[in-house]
Design a binder for this molecule. Structure first.
Ligand code: ADP
Ligand code: MG
Length: 267
């Protein structure tokens, strides 16, 4: 659930304005669903994109931790991501100010030219150095759902949430990968496995999605049994989530991941 800008503590707004100058207009983002605030600020100096989250009473809480991960990884991924300009932290809130990207969300449907841009970006990301900053771990994220999570471990920098809304494309055809909230260190092929439900959502069959990701070396190099095991763990993660929370996007993700697992496991 997003928060209204005017509900932010006054001191936080003052600190943000110290960075941006006076704000003429605030335009909340139409997509995304994690940070409490995700808005474009129009200022006399141009646009800046702000994400902010509220801490829990006595600690950071998941949304603030996500923002801290985004901030920590940003210098290492500036080739792909909008640059982090500043941070503001006060009154139990953390806010990050990013370069604003004038772009449209990607289209991952079959035949879309964006798929080539996606492939190029993912190829580059797969061999990008993984910085030594706090991140989630591929092994730990799915340990609850797999008998042996060791194959999910690795040293590759993974975005892990490459959905169409997190992949902005400018009029010049430049791609920006945004929303590094779930940045993870793990096995390279995990990035591709996590992309599969988004490809299926865009209309690919599970088989076509699985074949599309097989263009990446890490996929071909991964033991098929590990991919099968992950497909089952991934589906189980979202089946469980859909039982805990009645949310349309969670139900849909449970369905998408179940379809891929059924294809892999020939159910
Ligand atoms: N730097 C940016 N410039 C322009 N729009 C952005 C920028 N970052 C995010 N957005 C827009 O805001 C939406 C939500 O941001 P995102 O980082 O994905 O947050 P969430 O964690 O809430 O999903 C994105 O889907 C995109 O439309
Ligand atoms: Mg997002």
């Amino acid at each position: 659930m997003r928060t209204d800008w005017t509900d932010l503590p006054k001191e936080l707004r003052t600190q943000i304005e110290a960075h941006t100058g006076s704000i003429d207009r605030i335009v909340p983002a139409p997509t995304g669903n994690h940070a409490d605030i995700a808005s474009t600020l129009e200022t006399s100096d141009g646009r800046v994109f702000v994400k902010a989250a509220r801490k829990l009473e006595d600690r950071d809480g998941p949304e603030v931790m996500s923002l801290r991960r985004e901030a920590a990884v940003n210098p290492a991924v500036c080739e792909y991501a909008p640059r982090l300009r500043w941070q503001a932290e006060t009154e139990g809130w953390l806010a990050l100010g990013f370069d604003h990207v004038q772009g449209r969300p990607a289209d991952f449907s079959a035949g879309s030219p964006d798929l080539e841009i996606l492939a190029k970006t993912v190829h580059a990301l797969q061999s990008a150095p993984c910085p030594d900053v706090p991140m989630l771990s591929g092994g730990k994220r799915w340990q609850k759902f797999a008998d042996d999570p060791a194959p999910f471990e690795g040293v590759t920098l993974l975005h892990t949430d490459l959905n169409e809304d997190n992949f902005l494309i400018t009029d010049q055809g430049r791609a920006f990968v945004i929303d590094w909230a779930f940045v993870t260190r793990g096995a390279a092929w995990l990035e591709l496995a996590l992309l599969i439900p988004w490809l299926i959502k865009a209309g690919h069959t599970p088989q076509a999605a699985d074949e599309w990701v097989s263009q990446f070396t890490s996929w071909g190099d991964a033991p098929p049994a590990d991919l099968d095991m992950f497909s089952a763990a991934f589906a189980e993660q979202w089946r469980t989530a859909s039982q805990v929370r009645d949310d349309a996007w969670i139900t849909r993700h449970a369905d998408l991941t179940a379809r891929w697992a059924a294809y892999r496991l020939k159910e």
